[in-house]
Write a protein that binds this ligand. Structure first.
Ligand code: UDX
Length: 434
């Protein structure tokens, strides 16, 4: 099937490449010329495991191309809208300008029987509004098919998601939309992936409520970490113990520096803003979820200050600056926040991240970036493990101890065995661990 994908960021670039991998003929459209040039050459413009391979295969097969020209969407049967919905400056609401521009830009190129498919995360009510617009201006229809991919696992999550959700209009339009989407996803559906067909509002809400639940789960365990810190309990053992209850589950119960990234923080804020607009108090608790999460960042800064005594001029080795491992994304990164706060207090912060130094340096050029782990550790007065890359999980206290000036470490992701570090002469702190 001929498919277009509007927006080639984390979501759209992966979606376009994966649709080609499923055998479709795909054109990806983006306004950013340099990104389009990279993608057209079969190169990934950001770090995402597995993406370079599917991109290169798609481009080499001739089934995948990229352009800045919206007119090249003409002739495609299904048009995915995968542009960003950032937080609006000065408010918590989602900024829909890119979604509106993408759908508006598609309208002149749509033909009878085409299907526009929204993938972006939007406030409930958006699909109904855009569906009316698409139907009034063309013979096309609109569905909402939210995306649940995690960075670092984006290719696998796109090709074999936990579930497909189709938000479709009522009547024959809905049946046609469902049939077209079934054709797009025929491969994974045949492999047994579950698929749920809903109305627009439900599909929109599935996405934001899933993210709100995940954020709440993380903040719940981080709230327990605060209690553990006040009482001498160990939150990692607590998580293991409650996680054995299948109704609770151990996944997404890792206490630490909390959540960041391009999705969870802004999505829970936009969801609250939408509830406020609807005159509902139902999501007031998400303000606490957000607050617990942000408090963890301050806690790590406080721990570093406590270990250092004098911050001014102290050398701080920051290990990891991406918002999570296996990503070069630093959007709303807790690690970057901590690094910047310590720099603001006068510390000499040296960052090492296996992939994210380049993206971080654009946002925070005031920090120093080491080329390798050893350079970051050399002469450090305190080491902060802020993103749990595999390389850092395996750190050897003896090796680190030989490089640093003072044996002090904060494990803000609770991935190190602190007794071994203490045995090697380190003052070692975790979050929610004695
Ligand atoms: C998230 C959702 O998981 C995904 O379904 C949605 O489509 C987009 O948002 P992503 O932002 O890629 O995906 O990251 P995720 O793996 O969910 O992690 C989010 C943040 O939570 C990271 O900063 C991570 O470090 C943190 N986290 C995760 C914890 O602090 N503890 C945990 O137990 C799990």
């Amino acid at each position: 099937m001929r498919i277009s994908v509007i927006g080639c960021g984390y979501l759209g670039a992966v979606h376009a490449a994966c649709m080609a991998e499923l055998g479709h003929d795909v054109v990806g459209v983006d306004v950013d010329e340099s990104k389009v040039a990279e993608l057209a050459a079969g190169r990934a413009p950001f770090f995402e495991p597995g993406l370079p391979e599917v991109l290169a295969r798609g481009v080499a097969s001739g089934r995948l191309r990229f352009t800045t020209d919206m007119a090249e969407t003409a002739g495609a049967r299904v048009h995915f809208v995968a542009v960003g919905t950032p937080q609006t400056a000065g408010s918590h609401a989602a900024d829909l300008r890119y979604v509106d521009a993408a759908v508006g830009g598609l309208l002149p190129h749509l033909s009878d029987g085409d299907l526009v498919v929204g993938k972006s995360t939007v406030p409930v009510g958006t699909a109904a509004r855009l569906g009316d617009l698409v139907r009034a201006s063309s013979g096309a229809d609109l569905a909402w098919n939210p995306e649940f991919l995690r960075e670092g696992f984006a290719v696998a999550d796109t090709l074999s998601p936990d579930r497909f959700v189709y938000g479709v209009p009522g009547g024959e339009g809905g049946e046609r939309a469902t049939a077209l989407l079934d054709e797009v996803y025929a491969g994974p559906l045949a492999a047994g992936m579950p698929r749920l067909v809903t109305d627009y509002a439900t599909a929109e809400l599935v996405k934001v409520s899933a993210n709100a639940f995940l954020a709440t789960k993380i903040s719940f365990i981080n709230a327990m970490a605060e209690i553990a810190e006040a009482t001498g309990a160990d939150v990692t053992q607590l998580a293991d113990a409650i996680g054995h209850d299948a109704r609770i589950g151990r996944r997404f119960l890792n206490a630490g520096l909390g959540f960041g990234g391009g999705c969870l923080p802004k999505d829970i804020r936009a969801f609250q803003a939408r509830a406020d607009e609807l005159g509902l108090e139902s999501l007031a608790f998400l303000a606490d979820v957000d607050a617990v999460n942000l408090r963890r960042r301050r806690r790590v800064v406080d721990l570093a200050v406590e270990l250092l005594g004098e911050v001014e001029g102290a050398r701080v080795a920051v290990l990891g600056v991406a918002f999570k491992p296996d990503s070069d994304d630093v959007r709303d990164s807790p690690a970057l926040d901590v690094a910047r706060a310590l720099h603001g207090l006068g510390a000499q912060v040296v960052v090492y991240d296996p992939q994210a130094a380049g993206t971080a340096a654009k946002l925070a050029p005031e920090l120093a970036y080491a080329a390798d782990l050893e350079e970051a550790l050399a002469g450090a007065d305190v080491v902060l493990l802020l993103t749990e890359w595999q390389q850092f999980r395996q750190l050897d206290p003896a090796v680190v101890g030989a490089l640093v000036a003072h044996r002090r470490i904060v494990d803000a992701r609770n991935v190190l065995a602190l007794p071994a570090w203490r045995h090697a002469g380190f003052e070692a702190r975790g979050l929610g661990r004695p």
